[in-house]
Write a protein that binds this ligand. Sequence first.
Ligand SMILES: [Zn+2]
Length: 279
Amino acid sequence: MRVSVTSTITSTAVADLLRGRSWVALTGAGMSTDSGIPDYRGPTSVRATPMQYSEFLGSAEAQQRYWARSYLGWRRIGRAEPNPGHRALADLEVAGLAGVITQNVDGLHSSAGSTHVINLHGDIAMVLCLDCGDHSARTELQRRLASANPELEQPLVPQHAELRPDGDAVARDWQQFRLVGCVQCGGRLKPDVVFFGESVPRSRVEAAYALMERAEILVVLGSSLTVMSGFRFVRHNAKRQRPVVIINRGATRGDEFASVKIDGGCSETLTELRKTLVG
Ligand SMILES: [Zn+2]
């Protein structure tokens, strides 16, 4: 049982800071926990070791193992829906929110109606061919994998699968999994997400900084800021002496830079903020 320590006083302090100003949201895994996607760095984390990019590139076996797990995990991540926090954030566009930079790959901000979203770490609903660069829909690959692995249809979930936030799940029977290649060239497929050990594409980082240029305040939502790809934006705003607000359950690496810190959940806090700023 978790007790929320969000107080009306701190929510009001955030509302007072944001009112009449332009701001950008930086969101992390804590934003999506209420949609049933576990956070592996938060206080309730599942201690998981995600596959490193070099390992994925390194062998056909690693790719087979990754896709076997991911195939199973997709059944759950593919069904996830936006939570009240995502919806409140979309509504806050009328109250100065210039855009969302997200570390999440679940696409839930766009599903909730946010119009300006930078998917810093990519989009799990898309697949990239490492050999020809073709982009394709993950649902299509999922269909092809299902045809190639008909025996996997019933038994594996959830007994042999444990969901991870990136849509990866632990499967024991991956050696039997039949992988398919790119429809265009037969090449190696990779989910269009940034792996651990892989850098965020430069154009995306630049788009995020450009968005921050248009706003005064940075509001961090549900991220412990462990990963530099998000933390650098906090440092950037702080260096320019612009306010940083942090809303997260538990301590974050950026706490020392925060003008206001709320130790609480995204859904409750954003719903409160919408009530105050949008009505
Ligand atoms: Zn290809």
